[in-house]
Design a protein around this ligand. Structure first.
Ligand code: FAD
Ligand code: SIN
Length: 596
């Protein structure tokens, strides 16, 4: 093994030879390059290659030479990079190998969502083809015949909020957990969540004098979901929502700021102080708690099959380790927390052809293979055709702009400089209205007081997707909008704020007038956002089969399931869903194991 100093020297020598182009042929991938420094053991434990799918040893070798992510981020700051690729909203300890690959072209993971132009050495561009779960049948059967490599009480599939909440809850109820995540980073869509988590009758609402009721949250959720939601699941969601906020708070989360989301009768969307993004925070808190609880978290580990005995009881899972191959984990219970399928447009278009070709707000792992795995185990599904488009996705930055911007006072205007909808209506209605405007997009327009009210807006400014004008006139000119029309629109909106009544579109919340320069605009259009449908579950998060009974030992929670949100989810209800039903699934699975 090289010492760190020797490695650094060798790296410098190799680099200089590479740059001079004399002594070395141009390497194709990082491994070719590092080979100049020694043999396979420079990166791997031995010539056999990686020994675990987290690439623990390999990542230690990276940091022993190059420094930690914090060291790299400090170097980026010295270089005055606008965006540091080593500092992000991704959760957990981000492995170097998430982006820097050894034996294939490297790819910046953030390029899956953002349109950054990082100069990553030996890199290709982001592309990903969906790989069906049943490829390599022979290798799969061989792994099953070889018997289990590991045994545990509960296997959890997916490291988003539902999976992590389930891991903590299963542990708290006495179960040993292995959590499997197919991506190289943890957190799924959860780490992207922006606007907030809905909860009613909370300590934080009480402190702010907000009067809310569990029954109002139920009514709002049913109405938003066009009343096809499973009422029992909605009741469970709303009744447990305040307790879920307290549970997160007890683990160190800050959920004290509250804003308004579309379709809610009152402010109940909880988020960190100052309106910072909710998802990365909640996911990080849950991740830390899961690690502390001793959960064995394995990345780059895709579950491709649920194993059952002849009587249909779950006996474990078949895992496809990206580096260690197929293997079996034996367990008495499995929790599917595999999220939605928004990033798989073929699947989206199969269920809703109107969304063919749409961009998505989702993380790259939202492909729906978890659904395939559960279906193969006999699970029933519901409402798969209901797929939500989020109205405000930025085509420039490739990121979703949170509904909280509208909740805190932004208006939506079209290219003619006019408002056209109640900005905080439900998403189905807002998206449909935007698609009807010239160019099938619109502009979020707000002033400096809205900016100051919501920390999340600084991220959009940082990403360069916001246009700024010192006056409304300058903003309109920059956006190519008729100046008098935009001035009139803002003046009449400010009039509505003054009287407390929007006589044009009946917007129910009018938090502030738009009078504080500078003014800002972001172009937005709808993008695929949420899979409302999914696995059929009962209130204990047990998965139902097609005969209407439960599959013994199979549980599910979060966006992988259907029924909570009906035909249209309200903003802020998904984080509530994953925390509450993640907790329920973890507890139910642990109790099931105990009773066996
Ligand atoms: P995810 O967090 O998506 O996690 C599922 C995980 O399972 C993924 O990491 C995936 O890679 C993994 N996985 C899938 N299949 C397999 C397999 N076969 N083997 C192993 N691993 C697998 N909701 C709100 O309530 N409030 C918000 O403010 C909000 N903002 C959002 C912003 C954005 C940009 C997006 C995309 C969504 C937002 N949502 C919000 C929705 C919400 O974030 C998600 O619905 C929720 O986080 C889903 O959580 P989950 O745990 O069910 O799934
Ligand atoms: C957003 O912040 O607009 C997204 C919220 C959600 O999907 O619930």
């Amino acid at each position: 093994m090289f010492s760190a100093t020797l490695k650094r020297t060798s790296l410098a020598l190799a680099l200089s030879g590479f740059i001079a182009g004399s002594a070395y042929a141009a390497p194709e991938v990082l491994a070719d390059f590092h080979q100049e420094m020694g043999d396979c053991s420079t990166c791997h434990v031995s010539k056999k290659g990686p020994t675990d799918d987290n690439l623990t040893h390999e990542n230690q070798q990276c940091t022993s030479c190059h420094g930690t992510m914090d060291d790299m981020a400090a170097q980026d700051a010295e270089k005055k990079l606008k965006v540091s690729p080593h500092k992000s909203h991704l959760i957990g300890e981000i492995a170097c190998t998430s982006c820097h690959k050894g034996h294939e072209k490297s790819v910046a993971y953030c390029d899956a969502c953002h349109s950054f132009d990082f100069d990553l050495p030996f890199a290709g561009k982001w592309e990903r083809k969906f790989v069906p779960i049943d490829v390599n049948k022979d290798a799969q059967e061989k792994a099953i015949a070889a018997g289990p490599r590991d045994t545990t009480d509960v296997v959890i599939v997916g490291s988003g909020g539902a999976g992590l909440a389930a891991a903590v809850s299963a542990h708290n109820n006495g179960a040993k957990v292995i959590l499997l995540e197919k991506e190289p980073v943890a957190g799924g869509n959860t780490k992207l969540a922006a606007g907030g988590m809905n909860a009613a009758e909370t300590q934080f609402q009480a402190k702010l004098g907000i009067k809310d009721k569990v029954s109002t949250m139920i009514d709002d959720t049913m109405k938003g979901g066009r009343n096809i939601n499973d009422p029992a699941l909605v009741k469970e969601l709303a009744q447990n929502s305040s307790d879920s906020i307290d549970w997160l708070t007890s683990m160190g989360a800050d959920m004290s700021d509250i804003g308004r989301m579309g379709g809610a009768s009152v402010n109940r969307s909880h988020r960190p102080t100052g309106g910072a993004g909710v998802g990365a925070h909640v996911a990080q808190v849950l991740y830390n708690a899961a690690v502390k609880s001793g959960a064995d978290i394995r990345l780059n580990s895709r579950v491709v099959r649920i194993l059952e005995d002849a009587a249909g009881n779950v006996t474990g899972v078949l895992v496809e380790g990206k580096y260690t191959g197929y293997y079996v984990i034996k367990s008495k219970a499995v929790i599917m927390a595999t999220g939605g399928f928004g990033k798989n447009n073929d699947r989206v278009a199969k269920y809703d052809p109107a969304l063919k070709g749409f961009a998505a707000t989702n993380h790259p792992g939202a492909t729906g293979d978890g659904l395939d795995v559960a279906l193969a185990a006999g699970a029933d599904t519901r409402d798969l055709k209901y797929i939500q488009a989020h109205p405000t996705w930025s085509p420039v930055g490739g990121v979703m702009v949170t509904e909280a911007v509208r909740g805190n006072g932004a208006i939506l205007v079209n290219r003619e400089g006019k408002r056209f909808v109640n900005e905080i209506t439900t998403r189905d209605k807002a998206s449909a209205a935007i698609l009807k405007q010239t160019g099938a997009s619109a502009f979020l327009v707000f002033d400096d007081s809205v900016r100051k009210s919501l920390k999340k807006i600084e991220n959009y400014i940082h990403l360069g997707i916001v246009t700024e004008g010192k006056t409304v006139k300058e903003l309109a000119e920059k956006m190519n909008m008729p100046v008098p029309a935009l001035e009139k629109t803002i003046a009449s909106y400010n009039g509505f704020v003054k009287t407390g009544k929007d006589t044009e579109f009946a917007r129910p919340n009018l938090p502030r007038d738009l009078v504080s320069a500078p003014y800002y605009a972001i172009e937005v259009k709808p993008a695929v956002h949420h899979s409302m449908g999914g696995l059929k579950i009962d209130t204990k998060a047990e998965v139902m089969n097609k005969k209407g009974s439960t599959i013994k030992g199979l549980f599910a929670a979060g966006e992988a399931t259907g029924g909570v949100h009906g035909a249209n989810r309200l903003g802020g209800n998904a984080i509530s869903d994953i925390v509450t039903f993640g907790r329920i699934a973890g507890k139910s699975a642990a109790e099931f194991v105990k009773a066996k």
